[in-house]
Design a protein around this ligand. Structure first.
Ligand code: PMP
Length: 341
């Protein structure tokens, strides 16, 4: 018999899938790490597990205690699911701009969900600050009752990606990898995988695919946090340098708009049967840019971070896409002829 002991043991070990269209267009082997196959449906299950294991090791989370976190949704889902299997409660703050599907996925885990108005990080009402204060208040009332996971600045996030995502990619490619590219939210994936790959072969190119509206591409290229435009993608982009992102070994960075990334979401669905979310579109667009920078014959890995069904009412909604000026493929228009949600 071959069985995992629990949901935590089923996190990771995700397949690497050849992306046919991107590979054919560039003459490179472009491979997507299928992180949507994690138990909670996203790459953030790894972050959740890494942070949780670290907290347990350091005695920060007592039996029956409450996990508190601010999240765009996916990290909260991972924390709540793994927490449920270990007897913890979860209290999650989330900006109210995130997809209904993610909010609902979080609610059905049994987590207490507090939606807060979207605010910039500098604003004390940003969801991460609200989460930190909630944990502090609980600990004042009952010392040790709450643990703030702090995914942005707790570098256990990055370290777990180095030890799992990065090592898996190295082993799955047999060390024959020339480049890795992805977008960042906390920076955990890019920094962790980047470190793991560079430690094994310093010649591997590490690239950042940054959504429009984020300030990180300009930070990497010009040393200045500047942003322009905006994006319908969720969970990625940043206006600041987090502790996880700070020392990430990044060689190249591009700002990528929705007009370039969302067509990849649709092409992966219609052409390859891959149901992915908006950040994966940015990642694949970034992989194509990296392939063009390196030239044909190279192997490039990126991440398929979560599933498109988590964003049905946005990414696969003709009316929403029309309103945003994003092209709607004919098959999608036919699938929803009423052209509304
Ligand atoms: N894609 C999705 C769908 C996410 O939810 C996140 C994290 N919020 C990311 C990408 C970015 O990953 P990281 O936090 O490791 O930078």
């Amino acid at each position: 018999m071959s069985a995992f002991a629990d949901v935590a043991a089923a996190v990771g070990h995700t397949p690497l899938i050849r992306l046919r269209q991107a590979s054919q267009q560039t003459g490179c082997e472009i491979l997507g790490k299928a992180e949507f196959a994690n138990p909670g449906g996203s790459i953030k299950d790894r972050t959740a597990l890494g942070l949780l294991l670290d907290a347990e090791r350091r005695g920060l989370l007592r039996p029956g205690g409450t996990i508190v976190e601010g999240t765009a949704g996916n990290t909260g889902i991972g924390l709540a699911l793994i927490g449920a299997s270990r007897g913890y409660r979860a209290l999650i703050t989330m900006p109210d701009t995130q997809s209904r599907e993610k909010i609902d996925a979080l609610r059905i885990t049994g987590a207490e969900v507090r939606l807060v108005p979207a605010a910039p990080y500098a604003d004390p009402n940003h969801y991460a600050h609200v989460a930190r204060r909630l944990a502090e208040a609980m600990n004042l009332q009952e010392p040790g009752s709450a643990w703030f996971a702090d995914q942005f600045d707790n570098t256990a996030n990055r370290d777990f990606h180095a030890a799992t995502t990065g090592v898996e990619i190295w082993e799955q490619t047999g060390g024959r990898i020339d480049g890795f590219v992805c977008a960042t939210g906390t920076g955990g994936t890019l920094a962790g995988v980047g470190r793991a790959l560079k430690a094994r072969n310093p010649a591997v190119t590490i690239a950042l695919a940054d959504p429009a509206g984020s300030a990180l591409a300009s930070y990497v290229n010009e040393g200045e946090l500047k942003s322009a435009g905006n994006s319908i993608s969720e969970g990625i982009g940043s206006s600041r340098v987090t502790a996880n992102f700070r020392d990430a070994p990044i060689d190249l960075a591009w700002s990528i708009g929705d007009e370039e990334s969302v067509p990849w979401v649709h092409a992966l669905m219609a052409g390859e049967g891959l149901n992915v979310g908006g950040s994966s579109g940015v990642n694949v667009a970034g992989a194509v840019r990296l392939a063009r920078a390196l030239g044909p014959g190279h192997t490039i890995v990126t991440v398929l971070a979560d599933a498109g069904s988590r964003y049905r009412a946005k990414l696969f909604n003709p009316a929403f896409l029309h309103a945003k000026g994003i092209p709607v493929p004919a098959w999608l228009q036919r699938a929803f002829p009423e052209a509304d949600t």
